[in-house]
Design a protein around this ligand. Sequence first.
Ligand code: ATP
Length: 316
Amino acid sequence: MRDRMLLEVRNLKVYFYTKRGIVKAVDGVNLYLDKGEIVGLAGESGSGKSTIGYAIMRLVPFPGKIESGEILFKGENILKLDEEAFRKNYRWKKIAMVFQGSMSGFTPVFKIKDQIIEVLRIHGWNGDYEERIKELFKMVNMDPQLAEKYPHELSGGQKQRAFIAMALALNPEVLIADEPTTALDVMVQEHILNLLKKLRKELNLSIIFITHDLALLSEISDRDYTLYAGKVMESGPSEVIFKKPRHPYTSLLIESIATLDKDIIKGIPGAMPDLSSPPLGCRFNTRCPFARDICFKEEPKMKTFSDGDEVACWLY
Ligand SMILES: Nc1ncnc2c1ncn2[C@@H]1O[C@H](COP(=O)(O)OP(=O)(O)OP(=O)(O)O)[C@@H](O)[C@H]1O
């Protein structure tokens, strides 16, 4: 294990046992996060990004199940811990998550302050609650007075900051931010990105940034993973991923950003395969412009390049 490595996901499989069959939402994913790093998880809707986040938090919703694999935090496999030990020592204390749509995650009838105090209380925070809230609000560039408000009295951006403050309440080392800027206008998105960068610097926080929008990652992440149908297609340093993507899927995701700039929303033609009976070979084969015979027969293995890029594709 490398010295700076904080979190490592090894061969993770998460399946949903639905009436239609077993949905292989995450199917053999490997990834890692170094101390102080911002890592992007990008992919189309349904590629398994949020499920990876939930698995790391050990909060995979029913009818999902972590099928196999390891999730190591500083070398310890947190999937082996019993729920009580994980809840007491890891969830929110070491690893926290800002859920997709968390802006609506506050309970409407309580003040923001009381909801954060509840988190501190449940987890046995033994400091001054009021002081901690002031500290947290300053950390997310918000006037601590706003903690006295009810959720509906805050703007979308303020609610997102307050939610980030709540996620950071117990000083976690890892923050998983799932689409934290979706539904916010462009200016506010920018503020949230800047806030996450500031938190990384000031707290040495390590961040997994989940998004379908690669344009955001080009502004914030050090390394990225592109996910498709429950598998990692490519991973590498952001400068490689954005300047010289090797996987056709990554290139097409980047092209869809370029067209978004021109106000023409062009996704990748075709649809993701049914994850209860994924295709043989490469999962991207039905939509890949370069697919050939082998891509329909055998799954490509990860190949590593000298610039740090790793690609699962038969082109290489
Ligand atoms: N509770 C559930 N029950 C059944 N299937 C689920 C459930 N949650 C997720 N899935 C399936 O798992 C797959 C991955 O979903 P996931 O939400 O992780 O993708 P995602 O990349 O985060 O997409 P999005 O950006 O839309 O959230 C999808 O096929 C989805 O339908």
